[in-house]
Design a protein around this ligand. Structure first.
Ligand SMILES: [Zn+2]
Length: 432
């Protein structure tokens, strides 16, 4: 049988989760802590697949300002109806369903708890299935495999649950003619959002994934001589210690939405589009010295690779401290036990790369994973791109904060699927 490389993306498999628990230690002998990018899976997974920062590949938070091209334009009249008629489960589900149909988007589609009144101002970042060639606006792993004529099979939440993927993957690992088997497992993220404080439960859940992946490994090894496995993640999971209703503070400023400003409250950050001097002054006054977090300046946002040439993602960005959850937010009102999307310098935000063969010493950031996989396939590395953050891009040393020594620090220290939600769509991707 031909050689096989098994690439496994385990959403939210954090370094802090895995470093104290057994996880294929005998198979995955090279184990790396990876710094992630600021944001959520909607930005971090495209970064893994393209080797580029969000400012380069363009995918960041799921919602961005685009009133002209919003798939929710048709709902403009609904915002004038009494709130109770549109802000209910049935109406919101219908709005999501119709918008998805009208848009033709095939990527991850959710409206979370974004208010119906302001939905028509927003578009969704993930318009296509990112686990297929052409899923991003720049070359991804799948474009590179296709261009090189390397056959692969990909199994994701678009077609299967984690249990289904782990049930069918051993057979594919033994029988497939493809050179790459790509598995995206999203269920651990969902589990950790609710149970990250339950150490024994996390151990048990991790053991379930370990057993499943061991069956894949052993099936491949029994069928062929040359098998390699790379397990990697997009981010970790930070235990939530307290929640805060930032929208209440902002609402009390007496500013008008959307005449003065437009807010987007994600779980760990508040993004604002600001249209008047009055709003700029009031918001700056409130947020510049707020106990929950900080307004990030352009220098730091650039260093983190999330500064964009236009204003689609924000005019101003307020990031909460690790362990604070904005709740309620436009992502929902669940008081999650764990969350991600904090500053990448937070140790519990770290991702992993676990490999069955030795990996280049310098791999320590999720932007490096693609090159590891391209090396594995004997393909040339991704083209360096102008505009990449330079020194300090890992966010280890934000301005004014002393850098922590990673090694010392390490020792001392909703409906299932991606981004605490998920959807079903058939057919795993398959290259020609
Ligand atoms: Zn998540």
């Amino acid at each position: 049988m031909c050689p096989l490389s098994i690439y496994v993306l385990v959403d939210a498999l954090g370094w802090e989760i895995v470093r104290t628990r057994p996880f294929l230690d005998d198979v995955l002998v090279d184990r790396r802590r990876l710094v992630t990018v600021l944001g959520y899976s909607s930005g971090a997974i495209p970064t893994l697949l393209s080797g580029r920062y969000p400012s380069q590949h363009g995918h960041w938070n799921l919602f961005y300002l685009s009133p002209q091209r919003s798939p929710f334009r048709w709902t403009r009249g609904l915002g004038r109806l009494p709130r109770r008629l549109v802000e209910n489960r049935v109406a919101r589900r219908a709005i999501k369903h119709v918008s998805r149909r009208l848009s033709g988007y095939t990527g991850y589609f959710s409206i979370y708890d974004y208010p119906v009144a302001t939905l028509p101002r927003f578009d969704l970042t993930e318009k296509r299935d990112i686990y297929q060639p052409g899923g991003l606006d720049c070359p991804s792993l799948f474009d590179r495999l296709q261009a090189a004529g390397i056959a692969w099979e990909a199994y994701t939440y678009h077609g299967h649950t984690d249990a289904e993927i782990l049930a069918l993957a051993p057979r594919r690992a033994a029988e497939s003619e493809a050179r790459v088997l790509f598995l995206y497992l999203s269920g651990l993220d969902h589990y950790l959002h609710y149970h990250v404080h339950d150490a024994a439960g996390v151990t048990e859940r991790l053991a379930w994934y370990e057993a499943g992946l061991r069956r894949v490994w052993e099936a491949a090894r029994a069928a062929r001589g040359d098998v390699r496995m790379f397990v990697f993640s997009d981010h970790g999971m930070t235990p939530v210690r307290w929640t805060y209703d930032l929208g209440r503070d902002v609402g009390a400023l007496g500013l008008r939405v959307p005449a003065d400003y437009l807010p987007a409250y994600d779980s760990t950050m508040a993004r604002f589009w600001i249209f008047t001097d009055r709003a700029r002054a009031a918001l700056t006054d409130l947020l510049a010295d707020h106990p929950c977090g900080a307004l990030l300046d352009q220098a730091e946002l650039s260093r983190l690779g999330v500064w964009f040439d236009d204003d689609r993602y924000y005019h101003a960005l307020f990031l909460v401290k690790p362990g604070v959850l904005l709740c309620p937010s436009h992502m929902g009102s669940v008081r999650f036990a764990g969350m991600h999307g904090y500053h990448p310098s937070e140790p519990t935000a770290d991702a992993v790369l676990l490999a069955s063969t030795a990996v280049d010493r310098s791999v320590d950031h999720i932007t490096h994973v693609l090159d590891v996989l391209l090396d594995d396939q004997g393909l040339g590395r991704a083209e360096p791109l102008a505009g990449a953050p330079t020194a300090g891009a890992d966010g280890r040393a934000p301005a004014g904060v002393p850098a922590l020594e990673p090694a010392a620090r390490g020792r001392g220290g909703e409906d299932g699927g991606r981004e605490h939600a998920g959807a079903g769509r058939p057919a795993p991707g398959r290259a020609a």
